[in-house]
Design a protein around this ligand. Sequence first.
Ligand SMILES: Nc1ncnc2c1ncn2[C@@H]1O[C@H](COP(=O)(O)OP(=O)(O)OP(=O)(O)O)[C@@H](O)[C@H]1O
Length: 345
Amino acid sequence: MADDASRKRKVRGRKIRSDRSQKEGRRAKKELARKASNAGKKNGDSPLTDPAAITPEPFVETDAVTALRERINGWLKAEQPVHLIGPTGCGKTALALSAAAERGRPVVWLNGDEAVDTAALVGDHAGGERYKEDDRFVSGVSKRTEIVRERWVDNPLSVAVREGATLVYNEFSRSDPAAHNVLLSVFEEGVLERPGKRGEDRSINVHPEFRAILTSNDAEYAGVHKQQDALLDRFVGVYVNYYDAETEREIVRSHVDLPDDTIETVVDTTRTLRDALEIVVGTRAAVTAAKGLSVFENPETDASENGAFDDDLLTAVFVDVLAPKIAGQGPEDIAQLRTQIADSI
Ligand SMILES: Nc1ncnc2c1ncn2[C@@H]1O[C@H](COP(=O)(O)OP(=O)(O)OP(=O)(O)O)[C@@H](O)[C@H]1O
């Protein structure tokens, strides 16, 4: 075990407090501007979103990020739906949204889960509209007829294919594979059938600009619902792994105001734990730990004032960040996690 002096981590670099308040001020303004522009552009209950409004904020572009985004956009140009597969918290959603924003087409966002069925994708009857008609055509005879007109409401997939939007379907493999039967003809024949809809407009011709980006967690993709092969055959799969250390540092730096040394320590620790533990330790864990460190200053060595924090604080923060992921959460499980983390640090 290291002695006290070596356990203190010296953190050089800029002071954080003044920078932080300035940056928070800028962020708050940007957020307000974003909300304002969304409000202006929102179209009733439409699932269509302006692409500028979905650009992830902050979004860091290193060579690794740009290369992936260009691959995604390249495949979309080649008219291929793209399936992003990778571990939890590695950056799939941020990539998907940035690639979708880059296309400049409206974006439709969908979240996969057990409850998603064909109607949730395509649309449904939203009750009937009743009205009465009085027929007094023949004098002295009055005929009253009640008419029920069905009201059909399109759901996100129908809106996306009709408007030529970019569909971002997050955690696609969580939905029941049967719900995705309608996607086959969308990708194969360029036609969306709306089962349940009556009349001539039962099917919609897919707009030439319609594109789809799907994301799946690799563990769930293998384990939760096996999607049908015929559908998977029509996607290209881009595997997204954890980024290189420099990119992870840039990502963490974009989310918190901490000195470079602290960010380096957080990312190094994240990467060590990623190899050492059986649970998934994604980039999100690094961001969350850094947020924790920027708040929980060591009582003896205030990180912002004296530029130091120790291994105990680092361990405590990572235990809190990773505790929700361990199977049992009794005192023994947490104690074991704490020991593993302390040993790795
Ligand atoms: N290029 C980037 N720039 C800034 N932050 C990023 C970037 N990529 C990822 N992040 C951040 O990393 C974290 C994880 O990213 P994201 O949510 O996109 O991962 P994911 O793979 O979709 O996760 P999950 O599988 O849990 O849905 C988020 O906090 C996100 O803001």
